[in-house]
Each structure stands twice: as C-alpha cells, then as structure tokens.
Design a protein around this ligand. Structure first.
Ligand SMILES: Nc1ncnc2c1ncn2[C@@H]1O[C@H](COP(=O)(O)OP(=O)(O)OP(=O)(O)O)[C@@H](O)[C@H]1O
Ligand SMILES: [Mg+2]
Length: 391
C-alpha cells in the first residue's frame, strides 16, 4: 500500500476537507482542524478551490481511499489563517481597541501603546506571549487582560505542572464497569469553550512535553489538541474565538531557564513588559501605599532604580536589579511598621549572592541600600551632600 493510502486509513471515510488559498499554495483542512494537504495532490487542491468545492474522502471497493469534489459544505470550518477580511464591525473593533486604555486597571503600570497592542492581539485571536524580567508585571498584565475582556477565562500555571499530560489532556482511570476511560482535563474543557481566554502562566518553566502537546493547539493552521499520539482521529478542536495568553521569563538574566523552543515561540505575538523607571515606580508605590511617607517610597524606588541601572552596565557587579515585585513588598513592610534596614534585609539581600565577601553582590547591594537608611536614631547625622560625597 502506498504511504499516502496508509495515512488515509487513519482518516475517517466521509471526512470533508475545506480548501483555502494561502499565497500560491492551497491548504486542505478538515472540520476537526487537521491539515491534510499532504494527502491530496497540489493540482487536485487547486482545481477544487477554483471550482469552489470541498473534498470528501471516499473508499473504493478495492479498499483504496480517494477524494472527490463536493459543493462547499456548510460544516463549521475552523479559521485557518489570520483573518484578512475586514469584518463589518471593523469600526466597532477599532473603537474598542482605541478606547481600551480605560479598561486597564489603575494598579497596573503599562504604557498605552503596549496595552492597546495587548487588547488588539486578543480581539484578533492571536496567541500572546508576555515577556520580561522577573516581577515586572507579566502575570498581572495577563490577568488584567482577562479582566478587561468580558469572556470566559481559564488559568493554568504551567510552571507548577509535574505531569503535562494529566494537566493538558487528562488522566486514564480504570473502573470495573467502564473499564479504562479517560477523565478529561480542565484544559480540554477550556479549549472547547468558545471565546475563552486561556492563561498559560510561566510557560517557559513548563516541561518540554507540555510544549509538544501545545504545539498543534497553538498553530493557526491546526488548532487542535491530540488526545493520543497513536491515533489520528482522537483530537479535540479549539473552539471559535479562543485566545491564548502565555507568560515567560526570557529576559537576559534568565539564561538558566530553559529557553522556549523557537518553534513554539514563533506561534505567539510577543509583548515585552517594560521595566519601570524611577518616576513610574514611585507613582505605583504612592498609589498602592498612600499612607506611607512619600520620601521613603521615593527612596525605595531609587534603590530599585540604582540596582537596575547597575545591572545593565557592561561591567555590572550584579546580575539583576531589584524587581517591582520586591519594591512593592518593601513598601508593604514599611507600611506595616518595619524599618527600611530590616525590610531590605528580609526581601532584597537573600536575592543576592554572598560569595566573595566584600566583593560579593550582596555587599554591593547593601551599600546602595545603606545610602537611604535612616533608622531615626541618627536623624540629620548626614546631610544629603555629605552622603553623596561619601560615595
Ligand atoms: N508593571 C507593574 N505594574 C504594577 N504592579 C507591578 C508591575 N510589575 C510588578 N508589579 C507588582 O509586582 C507583583 C508581581 O508582578 P507579576 O506577578 O505580574 O510579575 P511577573 O512578571 O509575572 O513575575 P515572574 O516572572 O516572577 O512570574 C505584582 O503583584 C505587583 O504588585
Ligand atoms: Mg508571573
């Protein structure tokens, strides 16, 4: 039997493939979202497309399977490529995107252009990948998007999954009456929910098996989940309008984290979260802790800022700056009555290596923090100028 005949055996007789033009090639996609272009000759696909037909799979008496033109069916064909047509409601969609900054929670610092791009990617059904350093608001932005869109949502922490198959597909169980059966995962339910927004948090930390399972799910030309690698037919189609939003730590300091497979990354529109500058950081802390002395909040923002600047230097003495997550934690401790010195001791220093003693990362960061420490007992001991001179 020829290889193609062999592969056709894996497809149910009666399956209908819809032909679409993609550049100068012709794609054949089944209603289940399976790309069967490789099983139909190029000329065949072209002529069906030109005569406005679908192709249906039949079986001859000798057992050979073949495709035959049928008038384009009304079966639900998945969206294969980016929607190029401008829908009637295009104006509405544009209005939504361009007024969406109002939907951004005030507590999230993110510039207007990036927020609009995030919204636009979601309403256009793109897969979105939030990147940036640790604690810079990736998860927060993803959740804010979910909140801004009035759509069903599902959350999966991919970094925490030990068993990708169980999380993404389901568990096989055995029962005396039913025999072996599969309990489908929440993810299977999620992808079958039309217009769902599915958050895949910490995708870079996921097991590579998870990436492999997700590959066809995220591919615009496939959009199906394979329940079983062995059988061609056991697939679940991703419902209309489902949007995936993932987060990753692939900032330069994250070389230690497994790099996300290039093929998987290619399936996303990447949105990089910016690191906040001093003014933005102070603004955020003031917004979050209106009752804490402005000067201390500005000092915290300064500490974060100085460490970030240093970590970007060519000869940086530290690998990474203090994150926004950490500065928010610091401010929270101050609010609860801790002194800056103690708060720094608990939240900042453990993140920096002690190796090397006086030349260690930790010593360096301590020196930066020291500039801002005033425990109250030595008020006015140094003027700001004196402090600057000392350093
Ligand atoms: N851009 C930001 N705007 C507002 N708050 C922020 C921002 N970035 C960080 N924060 C604060 O830091 C906390 C952690 O942010 P978040 O969990 O979104 O970081 P992340 O980028 O997902 O980090 P990780 O890489 O560790 O997953 C938030 O709860 C918030 O208090
Ligand atoms: Mg996160």
């Amino acid at each position: 039997m020829s290889m193609v005949q062999n592969q056709l055996k894996g497809i149910q007789v009666g399956t209908i493939a819809n032909i679409t033009q993609a550049g100068n090639s012709y794609k054949a996609i089944t209603a289940d979202g399976i790309n069967v272009s490789g099983l139909i000759g190029t000329r065949r696909r072209k002529s069906s497309f030109e005569s406005g037909c679908d192709l249906k799979l039949y079986e001859a008496d000798n057992g050979n399977r073949y495709w035959k033109d049928i008038p384009t069916s009304t079966v639900d064909i998945p969206v294969v490529d980016e929607v190029i047509d401008i829908p009637d409601s295009h104006r509405e969609m544009m209005d939504f995107i361009h007024t969406s900054y109002d939907l951004k929670p005030e507590s999230l610092v993110m510039n207007e252009l990036k927020w609009k791009y995030l919204i636009r990617s979601a309403v256009r059904g793109k897969n979105i990948m939030m990147t940036g350093q640790a604690g810079c608001g990736k998860t927060m932005a993803a959740k804010a998007l979910v909140g801004a869109l009035d759509r069903p949502d599902f959350y999966f922490n991919m970094g925490a999954t030990q068993d990708p198959r169980a999380t993404l597909i389901g568990n096989v169980h055995f029962d005396n009456e039913r025999g072996t059966y599969m309990a489908e995962s929440l993810f299977v339910k999620a992808i079958q929910t039309p217009n769902a927004v599915i958050l895949l948090d910490e995708l870079t930390r996921a097991h590579p098996d998870a990436w492999n399972i997700l590959m066809p799910v995220l591919d615009a030309g496939q959009r199906y989940l394979r329940l079983d690698e062995k059988k061609n037919q056991a697939t679940v189609k991703v419902a209309e309008g489902v949007t995936f939003i993932a987060t990753a730590n692939i900032g330069n300091e994250y070389t230690a984290t497994r790099m996300l497979d290039k093929a998987l990354l290619d399936r996303f529109s990447v949105i990089e979260m910016d690191i906040l500058n001093h003014e933005q950081e102070t603004g955020l802390l003031n917004y979050m802790f209106p009752n804490v002395d402005n000067k201390i909040l500005s000092d915290i923002a300064n500490i974060a800022h100085l460490t970030r600047v240093e970590s970007n230097n060519d000869n940086a003495r530290i690998d990474s700056g203090v994150s926004t997550r950490t500065s928010v934690e610091l401010a929270g401790l101050i609010y609860d009555g801790f002194k800056l010195a103690d708060a720094a001791e608990i939240t900042i220093y453990p993140q920096y290596d002690m190796a090397g003693g006086v030349d260690s990362e930790r010593t360096f960061v301590k020196q930066i923090v020291q500039k801002f420490i005033n425990d109250g007992s030595d008020d006015e001991l140094f003027t700001e100028d004196e402090m600057n001179n000392e350093n």
